[in-house]
Ligand binder design. Sequence first.
Ligand code: F6R
Length: 617
Amino acid sequence: MCGIIGYIGNKQASDILISGLSHLEYRGYDSSGIALMHDNKTEIFKAQGKLINLIEILNSALPTYKASHLGIGHIRWATHGLPTTANAHPHTCTCKKLTLVHNGIIENYKELKEELIQNQKNTVFRSQTDTEIAAHLIAYEYGKTKNLLKAMQNAVKKIKGAFAFCAIHNDEPDKIVVAKRNAPLVIGLGEGENFVASDIPAIIEYTKKAIYLCDYQVGVITKDDVKIYDENDVLVQNKIEYLPFEAMAISKMGYKHFMLKEIHEQGDVVRNVLSSKILSPVEKIKLEEFKLDKAKIKNIKRIQIIACGTSLHAGLVGKYILEKFAKIPTDVESSSEYIYRDTIADENTLVIGISQSGETADTISAIKQVKKENSHVIIITNRADSTMARLADSLMPVNAGIEVSVAATKSYMAQLMSLYILAIYLYEQKGLNDYDGEIINLKQELIELPNKIETLLENVSDIKEVARKYANYKDFIFIARGINYPTALEGALKLKEISYINATGYSAGELKHGPIAMLDENMPVLALLNKGIVYDKVLSNCEEARARQAKLIAVTNYVSKKDEGLFNDIILIPSVSDTLSPAVNIVVLQLLAYYISEFLGKDVDQPRNLAKSVTVE
Ligand code: F6R
């Protein structure tokens, strides 16, 4: 959700900023901009829309900007103000000597604006953004102190909300001043050059040594030095970390879109998660990452899962399996709801935070809240270097590999697998008895799962055909019961976010309590119909939908000859137990959403209005 970058050194700053922003585009793509300082002057380039538009502007500009060795840049996911060029960062103060980029939200920007208008009647506002107010505020403080560090320190004391700032000033042309609160910022350390960015991929090509700025700290970055001050203006030393990343050429490997490539990687993702954990069906699961001992595990009275979006849906599947196997009551809640109510967690509560990015602001706030209650916090994330990972008592990195498509697919699969592992692990550590061999069977099935997923992916013609047939419908309903209810929610979310079709997931039993009123021949209903305890019930719900003339699609591993006629279309999936079926069903729904979006000519990998990392509450 907005990405920022800064460079100071001897190289051409524009190249480094643009390359860095290209690695931050997952954080937003409403607009982008860079500010380049040279000879005590700052030149700003901005463009609405994707980064490519900014690159085109630079290509047609006078090449004088190439002489700059100091600059800051920004990629925007709009919060305040339309995604226009005027609202694109960087923003400047009235005299344009101070330039600022910002990731976050300034909650009291209206009050600050009022104060600024009182204090400096000639302030010129050029955008509708909260960031511009911060630029004016820092400049106002600069007027008093003539010192960019002090100006930033004074300004951030007045700002409420979340921010990562990079500021430069024409009168101090040898530095970038940075500050942060509840938004990520990493400072990359080089030889005769230094970097700053919202995330490591933006700088990893240039350095593997970095410092993470902490909340309330302010830093001064010159080309040879980094100085960090805490909120009491005391000089502090942050630990230097060695980044566990390789600069990687991210490629589609011949696939038309990253999303399709990532869907196809899911067999390997499952192998990867399971490889060191399940060695054979009869051996106990190894989970060195989980730091609670047996005695403490036996004391866990409840589990709370906190997550957002797709990760929340993984958590909902987690509830079914944790309650089924670990026999621990489990609640699942959206982080944004969890934060603002009186939740009950204590030292006997296990809290599971799930997040692909590890940077989702709502989930971070919720985790910080429960940490005060002494609950053990386990984080399941695809980013072992993230803010959330650093808050974890136990860290389960899912290692799905970098996910470029904004719509999460393989990271969801990896989260599901981690939850299966955790549920079985808790079950085994509690010494529960596997009387009917269900756990052994499940482990065997997990071992076989990658091949099943790959078999499904080998023949997608039915899914493509259904996508083609239903792409032009305006609405879509997904129904399921039991452990696949979250799969219906996730399937609907995937379709909504990349095709903009109004899709909703319902528990099949709920259909008759209201939503059935919407059914007619213009409403496709997709049912997840797995042979298992709810099969007959879902089938009855399908009959009810059919009686209202809805178009019916079944995703199923079994349908009898007598029931075939009920459905307009049937997508057959490999045979799998009810317990593990979410991991197979979801692949069908991901592909269906993908092919519908592709058929409609939408921007599959970067759907409108979205960002991959949601760092504002
Ligand atoms: C949808 C999607 C989002 C994220 C949500 C939480 O495809 O990716 O719904 O799941 O924004 O993000 P993380 O998992 O990074 O906390």
